[in-house]
Ligand binder design. Structure first.
Ligand code: CO
Length: 455
């Protein structure tokens, strides 16, 4: 029997309409999903945290608590980026520790962590803290293809992940580029070397995902990630119902309660329709795009990039930017295109094309990356590009977080006028201005005296 993780409440709407599902919508569905027989519901982390604060005027921690209240039988899963947590810089170990502690206290059962560069030094603290506070820790291997990202590379990585203390392993194919034959080989090779449960997370973007899932399932993968239709396919995961029906009567039957899924469908339809009407769900995100097998652009990155370009009236440069992406990726030593590398490579590619000269303007994050501040590049960075961007500046070789002093207490002090609990401090640490604005409003709505403090 293959187990299913339902992703519509996190990755589904993150990939299709920029993570705008509201807490009310999430809770409504989570309550129903609880009876479906999933291994877990992915409900938190990724971009949900930022979107709550930035666009929805909602407290992400409250979302988690609300979901936990109605989900009694099913595990809740979240995703975060190791030492980056959910932000775009490295945080000190004590902040990572506090984030794990509070996520688990507020209701998370499974923490999936990954590092964009597969630099496991960036996951050490997250794994230790997740275990310390009693949650299941899954390490996701950022999957991509390149001259260095071979099957042997991933098998070695899986062994290291097991040694680091993970409870399960996930092949995280954020761009949906895993082909069926590779899925089969990869799953077989990892299962041979590791006893840990193995999960496959992919995206339907390129149209090969369902075949890859089938190949992976037959090769022995234990868990796959799907999203309830119609919040599925395109840049999101394949349909939960379609997979469940396809596997019915086989030894892989996930045994989901189809009546429960049917009950949820009209609600999902209504939500999806709302985002079609308001334009946040661009129909481009729903088209099968096999060209992405060349560009390797993950769903979230693609929908953001489409938005970036259309905001600037530069959608005519879409194909050109797509072609620039693999070039930038090669220059930077083949980083897998997942947050934060996807944003870096995406934005840099947009700049390279819109400015008419490559690396004429270079974003700060790319400079930091070239200085080693995100960890070790998977392969050699183009020395000419490095020189053009950072000149002779020193490159750090150690675990980047080793250079950071503990900062949680300092942050607590810094935000003492705004934060009322450790969760608030974490929100501020991750999304400073956005969180400050949100919290000021949140607390001023409840108390007028407080309001005066902030004017
Ligand atoms: Co994903």
């Amino acid at each position: 029997m293959v187990k299913i993780v339902e992703t519509s409440l996190r990755d589904g709407h993150q990939s299709l309409f920029a993570t705008r599902m509201t807490t009310e919508e999430v809770v409504k569905l989570a309550r129903i999903y609880d009876n479906a027989g999933y291994r877990a519901l992915e409900v938190w982390g990724g971009a949900t945290f930022d979107a709550c604060l930035r666009f929805l005027n909602e407290d992400p921690w409250e979302r988690l608590r609300e979901v936990r209240k109605v989900v009694k039988k099913t595990k809740l899963q979240m995703l975060f980026r190791g030492q980056n947590i959910l932000g775009y810089r490295h945080y000190s170990d004590d902040v990572v520790d506090m984030f794990c502690k509070k996520s688990i206290e507020n209701g998370i059962d499974i923490i999936r962590v990954f590092d964009a560069l597969n630099d496991l030094r960036n996951l050490k603290q997250a794994v230790a803290s997740t275990k310390k506070y009693g949650s299941e820790c899954q390490i996701a291997l950022s999957y991509t293809t390149s001259p260095v990202h071979t099957i042997d590379y991933y098998v070695e990585l899986a062994k290291e992940v097991e040694a680091l203390g993970a409870d399960s392993i996930c092949i995280k194919d954020m761009a949906g580029v895993l082909l069926p034959e590779d899925a089969k080989k990869l799953v077989k090779a990892i299962k041979k070397e590791s006893k840990l449960p193995l999960e496959l997370h992919s995206h339907a973007t390129a149209g090969v995902c369902e075949m890859a899932y089938k190949a992976a399932i037959e090769a022995g993968v234990d868990i796959v990630d799907t999203s309830l239709s119609p919040l599925s396919n395109g840049t999101a995961q394949p349909s939960t119902q379609a997979l469940a029906i396809s596997l019915k009567g086989t030894k892989y039957d996930p045994k989901l309660n189809m009546d429960v899924l049917h009950e949820a469908e009209p609600i999902v339809t209504e939500i999806v329709d709302k985002y079609v009407v308001n334009g946040l769900l661009n129909t481009k995100s729903l088209q099968v795009n096999p060209n992405l097998l060349t560009y390797q652009v993950p769903g979230g990155m693609l929908s953001n990039m489409i938005k970036q370009l259309s905001d600037q009236g530069a959608m005519d440069k879409y194909e050109e930017v797509l072609r620039e992406i693999p070039k930038v990726r090669k220059d930077l030593g083949y980083p897998p295109l997942v947050t934060p590398m996807s944003q870096m490579v995406g934005t840099q590619s947009v700049l390279n094309i819109l400015n008419g000269e490559r690396y004429k303007i270079c974003i700060k994050e790319v400079k930091d990356y070239l200085q080693g501040k995100y960890g070790k590049a998977p392969s050699k960075v183009d020395p000419k590009i490095r020189k053009k961007i950072i000149g002779d500046q020193k490159v750090i070789r150690c675990r980047p977080a080793d250079l950071l002093e503990p900062e949680f207490e300092k942050l607590k002090k810094k935000y003492k006028g705004i934060a009322r609990c450790d969760e608030d401090v974490l929100s501020l640490a991750l999304f400073e201005n956005v969180a400050a604005e949100f919290l000021k409003k949140k607390y001023s709505d409840s108390e007028t005296e407080e309001f005066e403090m902030f004017i």
